[in-house]
Design a protein around this ligand. Sequence first.
Ligand code: IMP
Ligand code: MG
Length: 177
Amino acid sequence: MDDIQSILFDEETINEKVREIAGRISRDYAGKELILVCILKGAAVFTADLMRRLTLPVTVEFVQAASYGASTTSSKTITMKKNLDVDIKGKHVLMVDTIIDTGGTLNHLFALFRERGPASLKAVALLDKKARRTIPVPIAYSGFEIPDAFVIGYGADYGEKYRNLPYVAVLKPSSVE
Ligand code: IMP
Ligand code: MG
């Protein structure tokens, strides 16, 4: 764990926040059915925790976006590695991501799915790097605002590693190639 500078949010702090967000979503969508769209790979952990705390009838779908660029920055070219393959017309859709950085990925998905005529289309993110936003995107449910640092854990990777850490940590700047 030489690549870790400091722990930002420990397991208990994350659990508490996920519980709070799930409560808000359960209240807001009461009486409705919800499709959760997990944005792979990062959101796998958050989605698994969040969905188990929702008191609603939910289904879960998975999409994967790919962006070209360096490992610790997000580029603007986004393609779909795995697209949504269910009909969302007239359905309530909530996209789930762990981190919103520039907003590019989420903006792309909003545009893509809005065309399919869902009853509602919103987003939830555990971590919001607000200072890095270049494309404004609405995040209906946001967990923590974090500073402009590269973080790992709770689904977030550095070179595909560290997704399994149960906490969110800041990567040592010296570890970044
Ligand atoms: P955006 O399109 O710039 O908002 O980037 C969103 C995606 O970039 C996230 O879903 C992550 O996969 C990745 N990302 C952004 N910041 C970090 C970070 O600090 N650690 C790990 N992945 C990150
Ligand atoms: Mg990544």
